[in-house]
Ligand binder design. Sequence first.
Ligand SMILES: [Mg+2]
Length: 357
Amino acid sequence: MKITDVKAYAIRTEFRYPFVWRKGLPGSDTVQESTVLRIMTDEGMEGVCTIPRGQIAIDLIGRRIKDMLLGEDPFLKERIWHLMLELDRIEEFPIYMLGAVDIALWDLTAKASGLPLYRILGGHTNKVSAYASTVTYDTIDQYLRIADQCLARGYKAIKLHAWGDVEADAKLAKALRKHVGEHIDLMYDGSAGFDLQQSIRLGKHLEEVGFLWYEEPMREFNINNYRKLCRELTIPVLSAETSDGCHYNAADFIVQEAADLIRTSTHYKGGITGALRIAHLADAFGMKAEIHGGGLPNLHLACAIPNNTAFEILVYAEPAVYAHEVDQDGCIAPPDVPGTGEQYDWNELEQHAFLKI
Ligand SMILES: [Mg+2]
């Protein structure tokens, strides 16, 4: 099988619930751009990946990636992953570009096998539990109402994106713990809002109220500061979500003891191939690899590896609106179709893309 064509469609989607976090910071827009990458072959099989940006993805695919892929064997995913890593060296890809081709090629491979993706990635389970990951709300009362809605919906774990203020966030964490009781897992995501001293102070508050993990309180440029944070706290620190360099970088976070739990994801960590490497690397250290973010490729990854706690589902607005639906036990299963299950109307994309290749 040979890759014979590469198409890409940049589209704009109206989104009613922008993702807001921390105080007064720019969140995502109500009009979101994305690019649908479509890799086609001489045998009619094709693979698809959705990239979370428009113009910049079209530029890289059109100027660099398409020509590199034409004539390649789509099953040689390791070869193509390393070709993309070479291009990343030249272009300094945005973090979500390194794995885009890899996700599409795994989708194609799974379709060629006639199996849902997770079943050819090793396959660990056909459904996983999920946690509700809130956007930033205005008041403690609003968070408590949202928590009630999530628990009634079936969720058994809730993660806060809060204001980025040590005292206010500590007060919220305490109020939420009191409200939901001891048996609900609670996590906190700092969205890199703090310096080291603030991170230590807040972490001690979260320890007191028994949070399951403390995620990305600082930017992830400085491994040494994460090492100091991990030494100061007993609560597990979850890090390396936005750091560049895939498993090469994750290895440093782990051996420098700058993470108790390591982030992996298909869209920030080199596609399926990169995300699996991080998961297996973490497993070798007896460590969890917690999957960052939603979407079908991440859901298949979650069903393919044993060392992930739960799948992240964003919760927007009030009353709560969920990025994915869960069953009454708070679990979610990937579509039982070959590939990732992403479906597109190609005619509509041809007509409505604002940029295309
Ligand atoms: Mg996060």
